[in-house]
Design a protein around this ligand. Structure first.
Ligand code: ZN
Length: 270
């Protein structure tokens, strides 16, 4: 995830001075407040069950999560960021149950490419490895902030409070738009050594986590945008689709122009 801080959430949600270097590094955008109400309505309908929409159905189909094999974990350094609409971003992500040196090396390489591309979060499918793994550092600078690695994460609780934030995504270079998400989440996961832990996140870490967690379910950030916001980035998404076709010689596997209105992802428990 790449992020531009927007005013509304800037002073409302950030309480930790550790985030300040990030704020100074990024341009500040204003954010329309009119987009809050529709999502609040959506969200209240969505809990406790996810709404009946295509992306959630896709996530549900993947409920029986397979365990990753050694070949699923193979990678070549340096890692490259997979861009929309590559089908790898929509593929099923397998559960990790081997906590070995290869996993540590993969995590190291993921942080490396994340810092190099100016990101603050990265999921394994974004580097072509379809497993339940994400890394993030809300400060986005090596040696600063806290590096967080989550393996096989699950959300046990979402806050009712919804906040708007101007998000970017390394798989959508140059595209930034408002996305509404719960303000805080409670997570169960394993660390890089396979040890189970639970953590509650709020503010920017909660935002980054939820963006990356969506990647692990094959959900992309534009799936959560309101129609108006999506409309504003539609030409950019189509440009990426065209770029994919030129690069691969293959037809685009999904088209934003085919997306029906109201086809928005919900916040279901994993
Ligand atoms: Zn992303």
């Amino acid at each position: 995830m790449a992020v531009r801080i927007q005013f509304a959430s800037l002073f409302a949600s950030l309480s930790c001075s550790a985030f300040l270097p990030l704020l100074h590094r990024r341009p500040i955008l204003s954010s329309p407040s009119h987009v809050r109400a529709p999502l609040q309505r959506l969200f209240s309908q969505a809990l406790p069950q996810p709404p009946h929409v295509r992306v959630s159905a896709q996530a549900r189909r993947f409920k029986e999560v397979e365990v990753a094999s050694a070949s699923d974990m193979q990678f070549e350094a340096p890692l490259k960021i997979i861009e929309y609409p590559d089908p790898v971003l929509r593929a099923r992500n397998k559960r990790v149950d081997t906590f070995d040196e290869n996993l540590k090396k993969l995590v190291e390489e993921m942080f490396d490419v994340m810092y190099k591309t100016d990101g603050i979060g990265l999921s394994a499918p974004q580097v072509g490895i379809n497993v339940q793994l994400m890394v993030f550092n809300p400060v986005g600078e090596r040696g600063e902030g806290k590096e967080i690695v989550l393996v096989n994460p699950k959300v046990s609780k979402y806050s009712k409070k919804i906040v708007v934030f101007n998000e970017g995504c390394l798989s959508f270079p140059g595209i930034y738009a408002d996305v509404q998400r719960p303000a805080s989440v409670k997570i169960d996961a394993r660390n890089i050594n396979g040890e189970k832990f639970s953590v509650s996140l709020s503010d920017l870490p909660a935002r980054v986590f939820q963006h990356e967690f969506d990647h692990l379910q094959g959900i992309l950030f534009f799936d959560r945008m309101t129609d108006d916001v999506l409309e504003s980035i539609r030409p950019d998404l189509q440009a990426l689709e065209k770029k994919y076709e030129s690069r691969t010689g293959l037809p685009r596997p999904e088209k934003i122009e085919n997306r029906r209105r109201k086809e928005v992802a919900g916040f279901g428990r994993s």
